[in-house]
Write a protein that binds this ligand. Structure first.
Ligand code: PAF
Length: 304
């Protein structure tokens, strides 16, 4: 890319569109402009989508920056999806700050922000047709939040249909979401690929999350229990599953502000809990309530 173009991208602010027709039109324009610049020598895909619910932080920016590396046109969707909240109070208090999000995105190579109102995506109230997440969708996060993953998959399918990307990017922090979206794309023969970006962590290893802003100073310290549990699990991996679970559980003991919801070791290909004598790659997943805030985290393991 020429220097002037690089500089233009570094300072640019995305175009904000709120309708499906509008996002399709803007993508056509942005694609036409990109193809006149690329001279056909570029190996990148035409369009990448980063779906978000806003309250953007460095974890989202890692997705956006990766999208800008692999696609000519980067679309970020910002939509707090009512279908995936089973607790109305949680939906109500979810942080919303479009202006702040646009400032965060400026200079990151995003062409379009798609920020529809609820009526645009669900003009007849809650959509009657849903994508169901199947068995894994009812486990772990899905057990604590019934219907959550059907809501996630339904909105992700709608966003894919609205934007038509060749790549969609998700953070590894939401490991179950990554698994279920990948499963949906494979099962429904959707013509795009998922790109997963590593979890971004603060210096003390707490995974970045839009919910961290709800933690007070004591809770913020207590929240480190999640990465500590995962580190303990990884350190015990060569002693087998029982030792992994015991080590992770003991890392959570004595922290009164933390109530562990689940801790599991799952198979990377099925996302189902592995057997006690399992050997091979796995993922430790954990969810806990820290004060009133529910946090999740995960880490890879290898059981030799
Ligand atoms: O991970 C999220 O922020 C949401 O679940 C998503 C993928 C944007 C769907 O609403």
């Amino acid at each position: 890319m020429a220097d002037a173009e690089t500089q233009a991208l570094a300072t640019e602010t995305p175009v904000v569109v709120t309708t499906i027709a509008g996002v399709r039109e803007q993508i056509e324009r942005a694609r036409a402009a990109a193809s006149s610049r690329s001279h056909g020598t570029d190996a990148r895909v035409p369009v990448a989508l980063v779906p978000t619910m806003g309250a953007l932080h460095d974890g989202h920016l890692a997705l956006v920056d990766r999208a800008a590396e692999i696609a000519d046109v980067v679309v970020v969707s910002i939509f707090v999806n009512p279908l995936q909240f089973n607790d109305p109070a949680d939906l109500e208090r979810y942080p919303r700050d479009l202006e702040g999000d646009l400032r965060t995105l400026a200079g990151h190579g995003v062409a379009i922000v798609f920020a529809p109102l609820v009526d645009e995506l669900y003009p007849h109230g809650d959509s009657q047709t849903r994508v169901t997440a199947g068995r894994v969708g009812t486990m772990f996060e899905g057990r604590s939040r019934p219907g959550h993953f059907d809501g996630v998959l339904t909105v992700v399918a709608k966003l894919i249909n609205s934007v038509g990307p060749q790549r969609i990017l998700f953070g590894q922090k939401d490991a179950q979401q990554v698994f279920l979206v990948s499963q949906m794309i494979a099962d429904l023969d959707m013509p795009l690929a998922v790109e997963v970006v590593e979890t971004v962590r603060d210096a003390d290893e707490l995974a970045l999350s839009s919910r961290n802003r709800f933690l007070d100073a004591r809770e913020r310290r207590a929240a480190l229990t999640l990465p500590h549990m995962l580190e303990a699990a990884q350190s015990a991996a060569d002693r087998g599953i029982d030792a992994v679970i015991a080590a992770a559980q003991s890392a959570a003991m004595g922290e009164p502000l933390v109530e562990v919801d689940y801790l599991a070791i799952v198979h990377p290909e099925t996302f189902l809990p592995v057997d006690d004598d399992y050997r091979g790659p796995a993922r430790a997943i954990v969810a806990a309530r820290v004060g009133a805030t529910r946090l999740i985290d995960n880490a890879p393991l290898y059981l030799p």
